[in-house]
Design a protein around this ligand. Structure first.
Ligand code: UTP
Length: 290
């Protein structure tokens, strides 16, 4: 089985939910404590053995290209870590998505650079806090069974309209065998409460499927739809990884991720905890828990 060395980071979306700030700062550059979201995804990928990082950027987001083209910024992510030396050996490439035609289209833009190898996709606005990198957990299981992989979490029934949702059968060793996928279904149409997290390992066959799917007029090219087609020919597994996912594409999710990461920082946790406690206390006093 081929190892996974390439990762695609689609970062060309509009970020409308964070307007107006995203009219000047791309969503993927929003801070979690003192680092942009994108740093966390890069760290997770490299911890999983990724050596080739492919960023799908929009022509308007030159800030991302500038930031990632500075080697010092990449090296800073790994400062003091075991894999510190690997940072200088990473291959970083940029691919342009000229129009935001959807996540599927963004992935398709990377076809030439990815070639025929299996590859990972990481959406930086999903932040996963875990002891072992979420993608590393997926690469590990992929090494055992192959196929295609999706990270999954269970969500509340009233949240299904926010995510790609999976229909699954139980498989070996806690893996889920995916039998269908549907993008943002209503509570009634959701096939389960297993939601897709923005971490994938995909066979290069997905490119042909995306191409055949095409965009209807004005329609976005959806990755979930293409995966749902490809699963008729190839195996897809869902991994319930160990760790916590924060949906930073959404305002309160970004706040939650910040609280978690502030509390996890030895240099800031004491002060951050006091602030959180003060807010919790004042909401109790104001009876806001009722
Ligand atoms: P989202 O749908 O969450 O991002 O896409 P968005 O469209 O930027 O945000 P909203 O919904 O308008 O607030 C998930 C990921 O896919 C990328 C985004 O940058 C994000 O990382 N994406 C999305 C692209 O690269 N290109 C697209 O055409 C769409």
């Amino acid at each position: 089985m081929m190892s996974v060395k390439k990762a695609v980071f689609p970062v060309a979306g509009l970020g409308t939910r964070f307007r107006p700030v995203t009219s000047v700062v791309p969503k993927e550059m929003l801070p979690i404590v003192d680092k942009p979201l994108i740093d966390y995804a890069i760290e997770e990928a490299v911890d999983a053995g990724i050596t080739d990082l492919i960023f799908v950027v929009s022509p308007d987001k030159h800030i991302i290209v500038k930031y990632l083209s500075d080697k010092g910024n990449i090296e800073a992510i790994f400062e003091g870590k075991e894999n510190e030396n690997e940072a200088s050996r990473l291959n970083i490439e940029f691919v342009f998505q000229n129009e935001p035609l959807g996540l599927g289209h963004a992935v398709l833009c990377a076809q030439e650079v990815v070639g025929a190898d299996p590859f990972a996709v990481l959406l930086p606005d999903d932040l996963v806090v875990s002891e072992v990198s979420c993608l590393a957990q997926m690469v590990d299981k992929y090494g055992e069974v192959g196929g295609n992989f999706i990270a999954v979490v269970e969500v509340e029934p009233q949240q299904t309209h926010m995510y790609g949702m999976l229909k699954v059968d139980e498989y070996l060793n806690g893996l889920l065998k995916v039998t269908a996928m549907v993008e943002k279904p209503s509570i009634e149409k959701a096939p389960s409460n297993f939601a897709i997290v923005g971490r994938y390992i995909l066979d290069a066959g997905i490119f042909e499927t995306l191409r055949q799917q095409g965009t209807g007029s004005g329609r976005e090219l959806q990755l979930t739809e293409a995966m749902d087609t490809l699963l008729l020919q190839q195996d897809f597994y869902g991994l319930r990884f160990s760790g916590v996912r924060y949906d930073c594409g959404e305002k309160v999710g970004l706040l939650e991720a910040n609280i978690a990461c502030f509390l996890g920082r030895p240099d800031l946790s004491m002060r951050a905890q006091k602030v959180v406690e003060r807010f919790a206390l004042s909401s109790l006093e104001n009876g806001e828990d009722k």
